[in-house]
Design a protein around this ligand. Structure first.
Ligand code: RTP
Length: 142
């Protein structure tokens, strides 16, 4: 998910391009201005953290771009492409390492496991908003 800061800074295209160029297939994509209720469900596992309220407030400041990507080891590789949560620890060459300096405004969120991804896809997408289509990347992806 491109966070509000990523959308407002015009980084959505760059983020999508990095995943596409790497060989991943987009199977869902939508702009959403999320409610606090949706965000509280999305970040439910962090509800005990001191930064929770600030994180929810920030994430509700503008639209985000929710995406579903498919391909070999997408969770592991996607998180490598994002870089460390705290941009001060993100390697140059990663999205956060190249484009952010603040842990809240770290431009992008990525699911950190298959079960978490399923839960998050269920929160953000209706089944008819996901697409199973043929791609010329298919041979690379599978
Ligand atoms: P994400 O879910 O966004 O990909 O990030 P993550 O797994 O790497 O990090 P997580 O621990 O799940 O935290 C979610 C988001 O909360 C913000 N955060 N702020 N110390 C802090 O102020 C702090 N720690 C985390 C970050 O924006 C992080 O992406």
């Amino acid at each position: 998910m491109v966070k509000p800061d990523g959308v407002q800074r015009g980084l959505t295209g760059e983020i999508i391009q990095r995943f596409e160029k790497r060989g991943y297939k987009m199977v869902g994509c939508k702009m959403v201005w999320p409610s606090k209720e949706l965000l509280e469900k999305h970040y439910a596992d962090l509800s005990g953290q001191p930064f929770f309220a600030g994180l929810i407030a920030f994430m509700a400041t503008g639209p985000v771009v929710a995406m579903v990507w498919e391909g070999k080891e997408i969770i592991k590789m996607g998180r490598m492409m994002l870089g460390a949560t705290n941009p001060q620890e993100s390697a140059p060459g990663t999205l956060r390492g190249d484009y952010s300096i603040d842990v809240t405004r770290n431009i992008i969120h990525g699911s950190d496991g298959v079960d978490i991804a399923k839960k998050e896809i269920g929160l953000w997408f209706k089944p008819e908003e996901m697409f199973d289509y043929k791609s010329c990347l298919k041979e690379m992806v599978y």
